[in-house]
Ligand binder design. Structure first.
Ligand code: HAM
Length: 373
């Protein structure tokens, strides 16, 4: 969960994730440490440290920490499931990684998830594109938000990621990476797309998709969950980071992977109604409005007979006990009032239909068992 601060500082010099949202501190030995904000830099650090044979395929589920303003789908601690492959820049690896993620959402039952795809180019295309972007934004600098003006000085590509209203028209008119790709990058991206098409993975080209970390090169992607109408509708994303291993002091080694947020997946599943409603843990609820002694005996007798039963305590009102029975998800309420005590009966109320029957106390267990089965 901890890494040396430098592991992340290098991968996000111009990103909010590293500059503004990272928890970092000096430990007792005076080391500058950071709580992991994401998994890829740690995986590449481990690769450089241990030098496994390639292709190296790894996966993880782990907590990450970002000091963001908490809101729905955006937490200071979130879990990510991720997969990474290091050691090959074959576009078929890109197809494999993206398809794995797409099928994972499909297998979960999510239907309203869209794959957005872009190429951020290689070391040959990037400087040309940055020049074009810099020129475009510089020409409109006066109209950009204060935040984007600062970002522009650090990395003009990150301005494309601004969500500020005043920046949107300028971003929409910005040059697209697709027009600045080197021949090699364009061919690589074409092969990724044809591979996805041949496997039936549906995608949309998103020319302004830049993602929130600095290490991305060539193929980048994000999965947007349309059932989440918050600003945080990305359930996952990833891409190539062909220069990262070398940047961390290892041999030049291309890599690609994805990360997907577990909490956001669960929110999307809830929004799409993917999971069946949780099963109630109680079938029969005993309501005693006399003195509770009938509830005491009857609840235990029901449980002994294998019926999932519960009751209220503290001599609560009929109304409060009924509410509790409904909240517990019980199918039947067994009601004991003065009248029932006098008659030696229990009133059985079907909580769905509202139908009531008086059942002799001696037959009640058998009656409830029959009703529930
Ligand atoms: P990321 O887009 O920053 O990428 O995060 C991946 C996913 O984690 C997001 O799409 C989102 O579902 C979830 N997530 C991120 N921040 C939060 C948060 N504060 N609260 C809840 N969920 C969150 C990465 O981290 C890259 N390491 C992905 C990757 C792997 N790229 C290559 N390999």
């Amino acid at each position: 969960m901890f890494e040396h601060y430098e592991v992340f500082a290098r991968v996000g010099e111009s990103t909010d994730i590293v500059r503004k949202e990272m928890y970092d501190f000096d430990d007792r030995g005076g080391r500058h440490l950071a709580l992991r904000p994401e998994g890829t830099a740690s995986v590449v650090r481990a690769f450089v440290e241990h030098r496994p044979t390639t292709p190296w395929k790894v996966w993880y589920v782990a907590p990450n920490f970002r000091a963001e303003a908490p809101q729905a789908g955006r937490y200071r601690q979130h879990y990510q499931l991720g997969a990474e492959t290091l050691g090959s820049d074959d576009p078929d690896v890109d197809v494999e990684i993206i398809t794995l993620q797409a099928r994972f959402y499909e297998d979960l039952g999510l239907r309203q998830v869209r794959l957005l795809l872009n190429s951020l180019g290689d070391s040959e295309s990037r400087p040309r594109y940055l020049d074009a972007l810099r020129a475009h934004f510089a020409a409109h600098e006066g109209d950009l938000s204060e935040q984007s003006r600062q970002t522009l000085a650090l990395n003009p590509m990150r301005v494309l990621d601004s969500k500020r209203r005043e920046d949107q028209a300028i971003i929409a008119a910005a040059p697209a990476m697709a027009d600045h790709l080197s021949d090699a990058s364009a061919a690589h991206f074409e092969r990724v797309q044809s591979g996805l098409r041949s496997l039936g993975v549906v995608y949309e080209i998103a020319p302004r998709l830049v993602r929130g970390l600095d290490y991305y090169t060539r193929t980048t992607f994000e999965f947007a969950a349309d059932a989440l109408d918050t600003a945080q509708n990305a359930v996952g994303g990833g891409g190539r980071y062909d220069g990262l291993a070398e940047q961390m002091g290892g041999p030049p080694t291309p890599g690609i992977g994805f990360g997907t947020g577990i909490e956001r997946i669960l929110l999307a599943c809830d929004a799409e109604g993917v999971f069946a409603a949780t099963e109630a843990s109680v079938d029969a609820f005993v309501i005693d409005v006399v003195d509770g002694s009938a509830a005491l005996e009857l609840t235990h007798a029901l449980r002994a007979a294998g019926v999932r039963a519960d009751r209220a305590f503290d001599g609560r009102s009929m109304k409060a006990q009924m509410k509790q029975a409904n909240r517990a998800g019980a199918s039947v309420a067994l009601i004991i009032g003065e009248q029932e005590v006098a008659d030696g009966t229990v009133t059985v109320r079907d909580l769905e239909s509202g139908d009531q029957t008086a059942v002799p106390r001696s037959d009640i267990i058998e009656h409830v068992r029959k009703t529930l089965s």
